[in-house]
Design a protein around this ligand. Structure first.
Ligand SMILES: *Cc1c(COP(=O)(O)O)cnc(C)c1O
Length: 422
């Protein structure tokens, strides 16, 4: 069996392999739970976007927050990516890969003074500004440094991304962005401030969006503003449509990267003003989500009345998506016994919360204790959101490349967890 969304996962020999490396071998050598990422998949995902933009000015940024491991950032940096950051910590990570700051856009609703100064001194491509108050703060700090800060206003286009409420960001009721109706006045204000240089416009309407319509609606709202701004003499250099393209976790059918870029490109390239603008994107999930899995081992099977539970050694502190927003992940046996019938289990972790589940009502053919399971589509918002809750050390991160494996973050030890505490 192979997984269409994850061609780097192969099960044809009866045992799952990540690229050419068998998962039981990884578990034996590095223990579980373990994050396993595919270099080939990361590179292929990147190429799918960049190839669709050949011949037009564009910058595909990787949204660091989806998976901030330095080795993963380095793969995208080498491929030519820009980066979308949301904190000073992410700025430091990105600069550590050697990427020039002029390929970095700085998003986020609560940029602190220290973060703004660090980004100004580094010389980022653009601040994606989310409020009038932030605009003025950036202006003041830039003036103090004798600089002009490149700014774009993050417009909230008030479109429904039709995604989970926790990951929808483009509705008026969300905390994100500047209301579409206020943007024009704020652009005029920005263009008069001495510490600012207006360079772009952006939006980001949510995450795990699997239809094209919300993106096109948002793009049309931005283009209206671009036209009005141009008529008032405010000329932009780039248009940033954010990220948010969904992936297949279960049976979703999002547009492919090529179809997504093709539709956006068609609209931009036929627009009298926008065809000259650099197109910027900020993809997170769609670049890394299906390039990673979480490898876990069965600890116990238990029955509470009617319900059967598979208690595994990964938990909500590792992968919080199911607990936080009912995120669905396929869970599969690493070495499925062919002649055993499947039964239904709730796959749960050891954490003391009823919300600590990874999958409900999953058909699994379990042999017994120590079976290995793979939780798929875990490359995005997995390790990045993991914690030490219940004093659980965070898991090891492994990067596979053909037949080779590299530890790109060692498993935390209990000693290292306690070290910083007095
Ligand atoms: C999180 C985020 C992204 C990436 O979103 P994905 O759904 O992972 O593509 C892009 N831009 C901004 C501003 C974000 O906050």
């Amino acid at each position: 069996m192979t997984f269409t969304q994850m061609p780097w996962i192969d099960c044809s020999a009866g045992v799952m392999h990540a690229e050419e490396v068998s998962l039981p071998a990884l578990a034996a050598q590095f223990g579980t739970p373990a994050w396993v990422y595919s270099t080939q998949a990361l590179r292929a995902n990147w190429r799918a976007f960049s190839a669709a933009l050949v011949g037009r000015p564009a910058l595909v940024c990787y949204a660091v927050k989806a998976n901030a491991n330095l080795s993963i950032l380095r793969i995208f940096a080498e491929a030519g990516a820009g980066f979308d950051i949301v904190s000073g910590g992410e700025l430091a990570r990105v600069l550590a890969t050697g990427v020039p700051a002029r390929k970095v856009v700085f998003s986020g609703v609560g940029k602190s003074r220290a973060e703004i100064v660090a980004a100004l001194e580094a010389g980022v491509k653009c601040f994606n500004v989310e409020s009038a108050a932030e605009l003025h703060r950036i202006n003041t700090l830039a003036c103090g440094l004798g600089l002009r800060a490149p700014v774009s206003l993050r417009v909230n286009p008030d479109v429904d991304a039709q995604s989970h409420p926790y990951i929808s960001t483009g509705l008026r009721e969300n905390k994100f962005g500047i209301p579409h109706g206020d943007a024009l006045a704020l652009y005029r204000e920005a263009s008069d401030l001495p510490g600012l240089r207006v360079t772009g416009i952006d939006c980001h309407i949510g995450s795990q969006i699997t239809a094209m319509e919300p993106f096109m609606a948002a793009l049309n709202k931005l283009l209206e503003l671009v036209e009005t701004l141009a008529s008032q003499g405010i000329v932009l250099e780039h248009l940033d449509l954010g990220g948010g393209l969904g992936i297949t976790y279960n049976d979703e059918t999002p547009p492919s990267p090529a179809a997504f870029i093709g539709a956006i490109r068609e609209r931009l390239d036929t627009h009298p003003i926008a065809r000259k603008l650099e197109a910027v994107f900020e993809f997170g999930r769609s670049l890394v989500g299906n390039a990673g899995l979480l490898l876990t081992r069965l600890e116990y099977v238990k029955h509470n009345g009617e319900r059967a539970f598979a208690v595994v050694d990964a938990a909500m502190n590792d992968l919080i998506r199911p607990a936080l927003y009912q995120g669905y992940h396929q869970i599969v046996e690493v070495a499925p016994p062919p002649d055993r019938p499947a039964s239904l289990y709730d796959v749960v972790g050891p954490v003391c919360e009823s919300g600590d589940w990874l999958g409900k009502n999953r058909a699994l053919r379990l042999r017994g204790n120590d079976d290995l399971l793979a939780i798929l589509s875990a490359g995005a918002y997995g390790m990045a959101m993991s914690s030490n809750y219940n004093s659980r050390p965070r898991a090891v991160e492994l990067l596979v490349d053909s037949g080779e494996v590299r530890v790109i973050r060692p498993r935390e030890s209990v000693a290292s967890m306690l070290q910083a505490e007095v």
